[in-house]
Design a protein around this ligand. Structure first.
Ligand code: DGL
Length: 299
């Protein structure tokens, strides 16, 4: 039996039949993935890899199923209904087909729009979301002036307003929607001029407001953290929540027996993309430090 059951899986334009899925991913991988607890992770594309790296470090006992919804990115410039529909489909695949025992929504946009609905639909499956780190930013900002870079969909959502009201009521919060940035990073060339032009514009806005802490409110932005830091200045604190999310996931999933098995080295990761695979494979290799095959997933 293949290690994944479910909807058609495509590789290089050919549908992969059940019997050779194991060949595709390698027998040792299949054997390990069959015994290790499986955890699903999804994002609109490559951004969630920045969370996956932290997850692998905190939960080395798990088999990771990462889905990049690249055919439907960028989520941050879609309607809420669209992002909700995609999030439901991907989670259904991870839980009901790939038999993951927990899901990490490694996307601020999908978390804002869909995590409540996902928890309601699969109440027994632990779900971890990712939200802009407003609370740690306020804790670390001396001037109590923080900037938040995120997608337009994340920033317009009431969940973001609630975060600000709860944790930053007395601080000045400069929310900078960054349309186009996740998509530019998604192309797989973080140093591309198109990325630089967008960063120039968004970082100028942050500098104009003299913030001393900047929240990376989209998982894609961690790929360009150094470029942002170079533009806003070395004294500005950069807040990325990947490690905190991974620690929370370890706590939550630890209660479900995930930490009982042996440590797997290197981490056991299988990548899926609903669209383009090249950038995902390349960025995963440099970010995770191992080359991982990418399968195309037809959902
Ligand atoms: N990486 C995602 C996030 O954290 C979404 C990027 C996008 O697809 O717009 O919001």
């Amino acid at each position: 039996m293949g290690f994944v059951l479910g909807p058609p899986l495509w590789l290089n334009g050919r549908m992969i039949k059940e019997w050779n899925r194991a060949v595709l991913c390698g027998e040792p991988w299949q054997r390990a993935a069959n015994s290790a607890p499986r955890i699903g992770v999804f994002d609109s594309g490559v951004g969630g890899l920045t969370v996956l790296r932290a997850l692998c470090r905190c939960l080395p006992q798990a088999a990771w199923f990462y889905v990049a919804d690249s055919a439907h990115a960028p989520y941050g410039e879609r309607s809420d209904a669209y992002v909700l529909d995609r999030s439901m489909r991907l989670t259904r695949y991870l839980v009901e087909e790939a038999r993951c025992i927990g899901v990490v929504v490694a996307c601020n946009t999908a978390t804002a729009v869909a995590v409540a609905a996902l928890r309601a639909r699969w109440p027994s499956v632990p779900m971890v979301g990712v939200e802009p780190g407003v609370k740690p930013a306020v804790a670390q900002s001396r001037a109590q002036r923080i900037g938040v870079m995120a997608t337009p969909a994340t920033l317009r959502h009431p969940r973001f307003q609630a975060l600000v009201t709860t944790y930053a009521a007395t601080a000045t919060v400069v929310a900078v929607p960054c349309p186009g940035l996740a998509w530019a990073i998604e192309q797989g060339h973080e140093q591309a001029p198109a990325v630089g032009v967008l960063l120039d514009r968004f970082c100028a806005e942050l500098r104009a407001h003299q913030v001393d802490a900047v929240v990376l409110g989209c998982t894609h932005y961690a790929f360009v953290l150094d470029q942002i830091r170079a533009r806003v200045g070395p004294d500005v604190v950069m807040i990325d929540t990947a490690d905190a999310v991974a620690r929370h996931a370890a706590q939550l999933l630890g209660g479900h027996g995930v930490m009982d098995g042996p440590h797997l080295e290197p981490p056991l990761v299988q990548l899926f993309s609903t669209g383009e695979r090249t950038a995902l494979g390349r960025m995963a290799a440099s970010w995770l430090g191992q080359s991982v095959p990418v399968c195309t997933l037809g959902i």
